[in-house]
Design a protein around this ligand. Structure first.
Ligand code: GTP
Length: 565
């Protein structure tokens, strides 16, 4: 395929507007997957994606298509479709995928119209200089109002109303116009075929058998199996052991030509060597590296610990594998006195964090305890020093120098909603359950009055329960945390004192009185089976406990506590 017969495009949309369904239909239309293959949202491979009905990880599929224009011979095209996630937490995946494309189908729900992520994704595509093909989907719905949505697309993005395609990915209505529009309107990839090889590494994942699989877009030149390639940022060189396309399963082709999107296998064992955004070139040639990507900014940090202390190695292995498939998580080892050895992970947002935990459990069978998520804060002390904090436990409770200032990150939020709801917007924002859709971008750090809130059990601070809060909220949060913990910690053989403290000042306290009876009190020594059963039961209960000093804390307490504040 010469590059003028190649089109690389993406589908971008707000969450649930039908990207994955449309991708399925296009793959069926081109015979890439069989019709009625019984697995809707084909590219949503992860269990978490199927359960939540959302796309988390961008996927890619190569399709072959015979385009027939009136009176002319049909002509074969190679189309690379890159499916992208819709949720705001995963914009990073979107911008990465777009860098391998020249155009994008902007899918908008015919009833809901333009939503926050439609706007955000439109601008990502626009800034990447992509040709936009507007598609209004779900026109089969009774509440569909394509004319209103067309007008929105015109007024918000200056898109020509005549260019808008009207489709139903569900019934198939209008779908025959989509691929011809892709071919006609989206330019072929601009690379130079007789220039030295230059490829962009835009994604990677780990395969048990093949090792690291790198998704690449060939910008210039061509690549064959057996070639020696070097990675510009990592400085490593490898032999290409396998090369091919995603059709949509990995399919060896032996070569990749200018403008193609495909995969390479090099025998790399860890994705640390595969830096997303890196330029790959033929060893011993000199090329100008490609611009690459903006570094990820982590908005939320949380500790991830094995639920059973002895499982650290298994967790470590699982996290390494999973970060191979999700390069947007940052991982650093940390130790907690309460929870033992674990990791501090940085995420793009709370949904991203949730999905990461779920994948750890579902794909790697590890049970984890996660600590209260926190945003990164900055503190300044009277000696002029500054401390960046991603873990509340790392902030000294009684510092040597006085805290003179503290800062927290903020975002610029865009909320798009029908005008009649404007009056209620404040409430919608505060409970996050409203009709409005939400988008945000990073803004600067702002000065804010922050304090560390410690939780003490019988006088001992539990590092995993420490939080950083606004001073004016500290008393309320402290009181709520103490109350919650009281409900979660069962009575022990001795009295348990629960305190919340800011530095050495106790701001809330409560006690759990000692247990009087023990579990065996009722078995007068005679019935040994019953005694055993009771002891077993008690042991089972203990398994899900974490012992802090002499106090047993149930695992769920660590998770439930974060619902306060
Ligand atoms: P994310 O991947 O989470 O961003 O969602 P998505 O945009 O890929 O949406 P998806 O394809 O998962 O579709 C969301 C829902 O809309 C599913 O229940 C689909 O069955 C439904 N849907 C998709 N296209 C149509 C359509 O043309 N008509 C109707 N009525 N429903 C549709």
């Amino acid at each position: 395929f010469p590059s003028e017969k190649i089109r690389n495009f993406s589908i971008i949309a707000h969450i649930d507007h039908g990207k994955s369904t449309l991708a399925d239909r296009l793959m069926e239309l081109t015979g890439t997957i069989k019709k009625g293959h019984g697995q809707p949202q084909y590219l949503d491979k992860l269990q978490v994606e199927r359960e939540r009905g959302i796309t988390v990880k961008a996927q890619t599929a190569t399709m072959f298509y015979e385009n027939k224009v009136e009176d002319q011979e049909a002509s074969g095209y190679l189309l690379n479709l890159i499916d992208t996630p819709g949720h705001v937490d995963f914009s990073y995946e979107v911008s990465r995928s777009l860098s391998a494309c020249q155009g994008a189908l902007l899918v908008v729900d015919a009833a809901q119209g333009v939503q926050a992520q439609t706007v955000a994704n439109f601008y990502l595509a626009f800034e990447a200089n992509l040709t936009i093909v507007p598609v209004i989907n779900k026109i089969d719905q009774p509440t569909a109002d394509p004319e209103r949505v067309k007008a929105q697309l015109k007024s918000m993005f200056d898109l020509n109303t005549d260019d808008v395609l009207l489709v139903s990915a569900k019934t198939g209505l209008g779908l025959e116009h989509v691929l011809p529009a892709v071919i006609e309107r989206i330019p072929p990839p601009p690379g130079i075929s007789d220039s030295p090889l230059r490829m962009l590494l835009f994604d990677s994942f780990f395969n048990e058998y093949k090792g690291v699989i790198c998704y690449v877009s060939v910008v210039d030149g061509m690549l064959s199996k057996g070639d020696k390639v070097s990675f510009a940022a990592s400085g490593q060189s490898y032999e290409v052991l396998d090369v091919g396309i995603m059709h949509p399963e990995l399919t060896s082709t032996g070569v990749l030509l200018t403008g193609q999107v495909g995969y390479i296998v090099t025998g790399m064992r860890t994705t640390k060597e595969a830096r997303i955004g890196d330029t790959i070139y033929r060893t011993k040639t000199t090329v100008e590296p490609l611009p690459g990507f903006k570094p990820v900014r982590h908005m939320v940090f949380s500790g991830v610990y094995p639920a059973d202390g002895s499982d650290f190695e298994a967790l470590s292995h699982a996290i390494e594998k999973l970060t191979c498939n999700d390069a947007s998580v940052s991982v650093a080892k940390e130790t907690s006195t309460a929870l033992g050895m674990g990791f501090r992970c940085g995420f793009l947002g709370l949904l991203h964090m949730d999905v990461f935990h779920q994948r750890l459990e579902q794909e790697y069978g590890t049970q984890v305890i996660s600590t209260i998520p926190t945003v990164p804060y900055t503190f300044e002390y009277s000696d002029g020093s500054k401390l960046q904090v991603q873990n509340p436990a790392a902030l000294p409770s009684n510092p040597k120098y006085r805290v003179t200032a503290s800062w927290e990150p903020t975002v610029i939020a865009t909320i798009i909603l029908p005008s009649e709801y404007v009056g209620a917007v404040i409430n919608l924002c505060s409970d996050r359950r409203g009709y409005a859709s939400f988008d945000y971008e990073d803004a600067e750090y702002q000065a804010s009055d922050l304090v560390k809130l410690d939780i003490l059990l019988n006088g001992q601070a539990v590092d995993a329960l420490a939080t950083i809060v606004h001073k004016q909220k500290a008393y309320r949060v402290g009181k709520e945390l103490v109350e919650k913990l009281k409900n979660y910690i069962e009575r022990q053989m001795f009295e348990v004192m629960i305190q919340a403290a800011i530095g050495s000042k106790i701001i809330a306290r409560d006690t759990i009185s000692a247990m009087r009876k023990n579990v065996l009190a009722k078995c007068y020594g005679g019935d040994i089976t019953r005694k055993k059963k009771l002891l077993e039961k008690q042991k089972e209960g203990k398994k899900r406990m974490k012992r802090v000093g002499s106090v047993d804390i149930p695992h769920e307490a660590f998770q439930q506590i974060l619902k306060v504040s």
